[in-house]
Design a binder for this molecule. Structure first.
Ligand code: AHG
Ligand code: MN
Ligand code: MN
Length: 330
C-alpha cells in the first residue's frame, strides 16, 4: 500500500468525536447532555479498570480485609456506585440521581443541573466473583422541576417515553458502551491501550426474529402461566436456551443475534424482579431504538406508569416477532 493510500484509510471514530458530531447536528443543544455522556463514559473506564483488577484485589485481600492502600475492601457494586456518583457530581449537569444502591434520591449539590439520572451501577452482581460479564445501566431525563430548585420525585416519575438518553456498559470479553439519544443505537468498543471507546456498530438494527430464549428456568414452576406456556413453545421450536444471569449481557447478545429475555412475575416476585427505572426503562428504550420490543405482558414497558423509585416490573424484551408471539400467550 502506498503512503497516499494509507493516509486515505478511514480512522476509527472515538466516542468523543461521535458525541460532538451528534451535538453539532442539533444546533439547539447546549452541550450539557454531551458532557454528561462523557462523564458516564469516563466513570465506565474507571469501573472497567476495577473489574479487571477484581481477581487481583482478591489476592491482595487474602492478606487481610484491607487493600494495598490500607483501605477497607469494598464490594465492587459499592465501588461502582461511588465512582458513578462522583463522576455525576463533578460533571455539574446532573442535579439528582437514583441508584440501585441507595433507597432515597442522591443529591449532587448542583441544583442548576438540567438532568436527573437513574442508574444500576453494577448489574449482574452474582457474577462479579466468577469472571463472568457484568454491566452498568443508565437512564437520563431532563428535569421537570425548575432549574435552581431541589429536584423531587416528580423528576424521576416521568415515564419511559420521557427518557432523553439511555445506555449500558458491558464489561465482557471486551468492554463496550451502548447508548441512544432517541436517534438509533450505537455501540462503542473500548480500546484498552488507548483508553478510548471507538464506534464499532453504527445504528444497530436488531433481527426481527430470533431463536434464543433467556430465562432463569429453575423458577419455571413459579412463573405466571403465560410465561410457562411461552417457554413450552420455545422448547417445541427448539430454541437455544442462553442465560448468563447478567441482564445487560443477556440483553446485548439477544439484541445483536435475535432472541428474547424473560423475567416474569412469579410467586417469589409477584411484581417481577427487575427494577423499572434503571433496568427495564433504559433497555426498553434501547430495544425500541434498535427495532426490537419490550412488554410486561400487558403493555409496552415504556408505557408503564411509574409510582415509586425502586418499582419492580415483569420484563420481556427482544426480537419484535418473538415478543409478539409471547403476547399471544397472555
Ligand atoms: P443486580 O446485580 O443489579 O442486582 O441485578 C441482577 C439481575 C439481573 O442482572 C439478572 O438478569 C437477574 O437479576 C438475575 O436474577 P436471577 O438470579 O433471579 O435469575
Ligand atoms: Mn441489575
Ligand atoms: Mn446492580
Amino acid at each position: 500500500m502506498t503512503k497516499q493510500e494509507t493516509l486515505a484509510m478511514p480512522v476509527g471514530v472515538t466516542l468523543d468525536r461521535f458525541i460532538k458530531r451528534q451535538q453539532s447536528a442539533m444546533p439547539a443543544a447546549s452541550g450539557e447532555l454531551s458532557q454528561l455522556l462523557r462523564d458516564i463514559a469516563l466513570a465506565g473506564k474507571i469501573i472497567n479498570r476495577e473489574v479487571n483488577r477484581a481477581g487481583l484485589v482478591d489476592i491482595t485481600g487474602a492478606f487481610g480485609s484491607q487493600n494495598v492502600q490500607g483501605e477497607d475492601q469494598q464490594k465492587l457494586d459499592v465501588v461502582a456506585d461511588i465512582r458513578f456518583l462522583r463522576a455525576l457530581k463533578n460533571g455539574g449537569e446532573v442535579c439528582a440521581v437514583i441508584t440501585e444502591e441507595e433507597d432515597e434520591i442522591t443529591y449532587t449539590d448542583n441544583d442548576n443541573g438540567k438532568y436527573v439520572v437513574a442508574i444500576d451501577p453494577l448489574d449482574g452482581s452474582s457474577n462479579i466473583d466468577v469472571n463472568v460479564s457484568i454491566g452498568t445501566i443508565f437512564s437520563i431525563y431532563r428535569r421537570v422541576t425548575p432549574i435552581g430548585s431541589k429536584a423531587t420525585l416528580e423528576d424521576f416519575m416521568q415515564g419511559g417515553r420521557s427518557q432523553v438518553a439511555a445506555g449500558y456498559i458491558l464489561y465482557g470479553s471486551s468492554t463496550i458502551l451502548v447508548y441512544t439519544t432517541g436517534h438509533g443505537v450505537n455501540v462503542f468498543t473500548y480500546e484498552n491501550s488507548l483508553g478510548e471507546f471507538f464506534l464499532s456498530h453504527n445504528e444497530i438494527c436488531s433481527p426481527a426474529d430470533g431463536s434464543i430464549y433467556s430465562v432463569n428456568e429453575g423458577n419455571y414452576n413459579d412463573f405466571v402461566s403465560a410465561a410457562r406456556s411461552y417457554i413450552v413453545n420455545c422448547h417445541l421450536k427448539e430454541y437455544a436456551g442462553r442465560y448468563i444471569g447478567s441482564l445487560v449481557a443477556d440483553f446485548h447478545r439477544n439484541l445483536l443475534k435475535g432472541g428474547i429475555y424473560l423475567y416474569p412475575e412469579s410467586k417469589k416476585y409477584p411484581q417481577g424482579k427487575l427494577r423499572l427505572l434503571y433496568e427495564c426503562y433504559p433497555l426498553a428504550f434501547i430495544a425500541q431504538q434498535a427495532g426490537a420490543a419490550s412488554t410486561d405482558g400487558y403493555q409496552d414497558v415504556l408505557d408503564i406508569v411509574p409510582r415509586e423509585l425502586h418499582q419492580r416490573s415483569p420484563f420481556y424484551v427482544g426480537s419484535k416477532n418473538m415478543v409478539n408471539d409471547l403476547l399471544l400467550h397472555f
